[in-house]
Design a protein around this ligand. Structure first.
Ligand code: LLP
Length: 448
């Protein structure tokens, strides 16, 4: 790559420019677009693997008391379950649908952690009949619902005598985070978790400890997402350690696990400088070690749940450029064949992205345009001011860092079919999710 080409992919590992066109994991993205059509999500296996290696190197293999679960809400399909299974990580699911996807993939039940602020009796029945390893209780009536589910559905498929799901309680640590309001979850006004230190929390923990049907395993918090500092993880850890001390005081019980959630930031645009995992986690581990030693507690296993940081930078979305026009104000709009349906994040969070013309990636990016989608919404803008190689109809536009919360939040608004997902690996690309057809979209409709 020459200087210009290097600048075009600055800081994006596994993406390079060969013969003037953009490649990921050795796959020509223009060719992938021609083969599979657009819009198309392309996921790099090498980036996922590299992130998992970092998690192991900086956390699970560095400390004896460390475990990691992939937060599947960031991106989930049967093949992704396979990748996570191969990696040895656990899988965090938050709904019957995510759980069902894991079941379809044959993901080992014991390594599934079931979250959700409002799990339904049907979802809990599905979870216990599959035998999920952990349920993270997030609501006052949920422990009773789990007991009921174990009484009924638990008998269907597994011997309840051998099956005691581990139970954690999600607490709201009441800490502020420096991220978008919509993705901040550990502040005092959050809908998630039990207020830290509330009497209700301790009563439920006492009950869980006393029950034979479940195995009380610990405390969970998740403070927010796309966090560029370790401040809120650390503040919440201190809060949670106080809870562990109180559990010991009340029940004489050493809490085996403390799950500190996900939230590790990724790079979307130039200037984003995400921290390595160790920068969040080493201070947390130190704090845990010191606090436990000083207070006579057994050190808990610390669990993390990264989602975005595993898959975010592994994904690009490819679009075909269509209509190009200028508005009355002179703004130049470049419309692509997807939009807020495959990436709601700019409209929902004001999220910023960068793009490149994949088939002419070696040319200088001298044009500044607004990239819009094809939905009937003025807010359907993907990038406000994209610096691009002068786009022309038929070009393939690649938007970087769309692996997380793109496909998983996609919709059929305006009846746009959901894009396909291709996995790029060692110079080959293959579909792991096929494109939705018009037929797929109408197959559930019933006649009048
Ligand atoms: N664990 C729990 C309990 C969570 O609620 C979340 C994310 C995660 C782990 C994973 O967080 P991550 O490592 O991906 O930051 N749709 C939003 C993000 C919502 C995140 C919700 N919870 C977005 O597109 O930015």
């Amino acid at each position: 790559m020459n200087q210009l080409e290097k600048a075009a992919v600055l800081g994006r590992n596994f993406i390079d420019i060969r013969g003037g066109t953009l490649h990921m994991d050795g796959v020509s993205l223009a060719e992938a677009a021609a083969e599979f059509g657009t819009p198309l999500y392309v996921i790099s296996r090498a980036v996922i693997d590299a992130r998992i290696v970092e998690i192991k190197r900086e956390f699970t293999e560095r400390y004896q008391n460390a475990r990691a679960a992939y937060a599947s809400k960031a991106f989930l399909c049967v093949a992704m379950c396979g990748i996570v299974d191969e990696s040895g990580l656990a899988l965090d699911v938050v709904s019957g649908g995510e759980l069902y996807t894991a079941m379809r993939a044959g993901f080992p039940a014991g390594r599934i952690e079931f979250h959700g602020n409002n799990k339904t009796p049907d979802e809990l029945a599905l979870a216990v009949s599959y035998g999920v390893g952990r349920v993270i209780v997030d609501a006052p009536g949920e422990l009773a619902l789990i007991e009921e589910a174990l009484d009924t559905a638990g008998h269907d498929r597994i011997s309840t005598r051998d099956y005691r799901p581990k139970i954690l309680f999600r607490v709201n640590p009441g800490v502020e985070t420096d991220t978008h309001d919509h993705i901040s979850t550990g502040h005092v006004d959050s809908k998630f978790g039990f207020p830290a230190d509330g009497e209700e929390l301790y009563e439920l923990i006492g009950r869980a400890i006393s029950l034979d049907s479940v195995d009380f395993a610990g405390i969970h918090f998740h403070v927010g997402s796309q966090l560029f500092t370790n401040d809120s993880h650390l503040a919440a850890t201190r809060r949670a350690l106080g809870i562990l001390k109180e559990i010991k005081r009340r029940y004489g019980y050493d809490t085996p696990e403390l799950n500190i959630g996900g939230g590790f930031a990724v790079r979307y645009v130039r200037g984003d400088e995400p921290l390595p995992y160790g920068c969040y986690l080493a201070p947390v581990m130190q704090e845990v070690g010191e606090y436990c030693a000083a207070n006579g507690l057994m050190e808990p296993i610390i669990v993390i749940e990264p989602g975005r940081s595993v898959i975010g930078e592994a994904g690009v979305t490819l679009y075909t450029v269509g209509a190009i026009r200028a508005s009355l104000s002179g703004r130049r709009f470049v419309a692509v064949d997807g939009g807020m349906t495959d990436n709601i994040r700019p409209a929902l969070y004001g999220a910023k992205y960068e793009a490149i013309i994949a088939n002419r990636a070696g040319e200088p990016a001298t044009d500044i345009v607004t990239v819009v989608g094809k939905c009937c919404e003025s807010g359907d803008r993907l990038i406000e001011a994209a610096r691009l190689q002068e786009p022309a109809p038929g070009d393939i536009l690649a938007i970087y860092s769309t692996g997380a919360y793109g496909y998983s939040m996609a919709s059929n608004y305006n009846k746009l079919p959901l894009p396909a997902v291709a996995l790029a690996e060692n110079g080959n690309a293959r579909l792991i999710v096929r494109r939705q057809s018009y037929e797929d979209m109408t197959v559930r409709d019933l006649p009048l």
